[in-house]
Ligand binder design. Sequence first.
Ligand code: XMP
Length: 481
Amino acid sequence: MNLRPHVGLTFDDVLLVPKRSAIKSRSLVSTSTYFSRGIQIAVPIVSANMDTVTEAPMAIAMARAGGIGVIHRFMPIKKQALQISRVKRVESFIVEDPLVISADAKVSDARQMLEDTKVGGLGVLDSQAKLIGLITTRDILLETNLNILVKDVMTTLDRLVTAPVGISMEEARAQLHKRGVEKLPLVDEHGTLQGMITTKDIIKLEKHPDATKDEKGRLRVAAAVGVRDNDFERALACVNAGADALVVDIAHGHSDMAIKMVQQLKRRLPDVDVIAGNVATPEGVHDLASVGADGIKVGVGPGSTCVTRSVTGFGVPQLTAVSECSKDGQASGVPILADGGIRTSGDIVKALGAGASAVMVGSLLAGTDESPGAVIVRGGRRYKIVRGMASLTANIHRREIDGHTDVHPTDLEQVIPEGVEAIVPYRGGAKETIIQLVGGLRSGLSYCGANTIQSLWESAEFIRITPAGMIENEHHDVQAV
Ligand code: XMP
C-alpha cells in the first residue's frame, strides 16, 4: 500500500494559536488579496460557480462588497453571456455610448428624449457628427418656445469642460470638482464624442469604495466554462460580453482535459486571466500552473453538497490540501482559492492561514436574496435550495439544457450523483453575510498580529485539537437563546 506519511487535516481538526498583536483596531487590517494573478480584490471571498449560488445578482453583490462572483456555466451560452453583460452594465464611471441629438433638432425633441431616457443631458452634434455642445434638462426646463432649435439653447463647446479619452477616474473626478460641472464629455482628436463621465455616476460608484472594478469602473465578474468541444465558444462569448476572468470548472481538474483547456484559453485569449480546478495536490497545482493558469481552485470533496469522497473514495481533507497546494502556488505566484467546506468566518481565517489567497463559498451564500431560486417555507421557517452541481437534479437540468427533453428513467439509472440537493436557512441580503464573514476575518487577523493576509501566511501557527477540544470550541453547558 502506498500511504502518504502524514495525516490529512480539515478545519475542525485545528485551531490557530493566538500571537502577540500590535493591531489597535480590526478596522486597521487589510483584507486585500488576489483572485488571480491579474485581479486584486479587497475581500477574499468568491461566490461559487453553482446554479443555486451565482448569477448576475450575486455577482453584482459580491463585486460591490469587494469580492467577486463566478457565473455558473449550466445554462445556454447566450444566457451566460447575457448574465455577464448585466454585471458589466450595472455600474460604470464612463457612459460609453452617450445619447446625442442633432444641433438642428427642435427643443421639443430634446425634451422628449431626456424624458424617455431619464438621462440628464445630450451631446449635440453638427452635420459631421462632431460634438459642438451639450443640452441638459436645466437648459430647457424653463424654455417656453419648444420650436426653437437645440443649437440656440445648448451650452456651446467653448463653454464646456471636455476631457481626452482614457482619462482616469481620479483625474475626471478632480476636473468635475474643480470646474464645477456635472458632465465631462470625452472627445477624441477628431472632435468626436467618445463617452461621458458624470458626477452622478461617480457618486454612485463611491457608495461602494471596496468594489472590485475594472479600469472603466465597471464591476468585475468571472465566468465558468467546462472542457467540452463547445466550451471555447462559451469562453469567447463570455469574454466578448466583458468577463474579466474564466474559470475552467471540472471536478477533477488534474486531468489532461483541464490542462488542455487552460492551454487553449491562454493561447487564444492571452489577455484574460484563467483560473483552473479543482485539484487537491501540489502535483495538480504544478501541472496547471505550468500551462499558464492564473489562479487555482483547491478542494476535492470538502463542499457542503459534495459526496465525491463517499462515492469514489477520493479526496484530501481540505486544510491539508490547501496548505500543501499553497506552497507551490505561492512559489509560482499563482493565487490558491480554497473551494468548499467554508461554514464560518473562522474557517476562512484557517484557509487563509494555511496559505490560500481567497476562499470560494457555495452554500453559505445560497440562502441569500441574491442567489437564484425562490424562498420556501417549511414549518414556519424560510429556506432556499442549494444543490451540488453533480447531483441528480443538476444532472437532469443539464440534459435539458443540452436539448435532451426526452430523458428516460433508465437514462437516469446511469447517473452516479456526486452531490446532493439540500435546503439552507434563508439569510437575507448577501451583503449582511459578507459583513459578518469579513468582520470575523478582520478579528482573526488581529489575533494573529497580522495586518495583511500575506503576514497571516507567515505568522499563522496551527494546533491540532481533540474531539473534546471541538466541543469546547462551541458554546457549551448553556442553552443559547
Ligand atoms: P460549499 O461547502 O461552500 O462548497 O457549499 C462549494 C463547492 O462545492 C463544490 N461542489 C461540488 N462538489 N459534488 C462535489 O463533489 C458536487 O455536486 C458539487 N457541487 C459543488 C464546488 O467546488 C463548489 O464551489
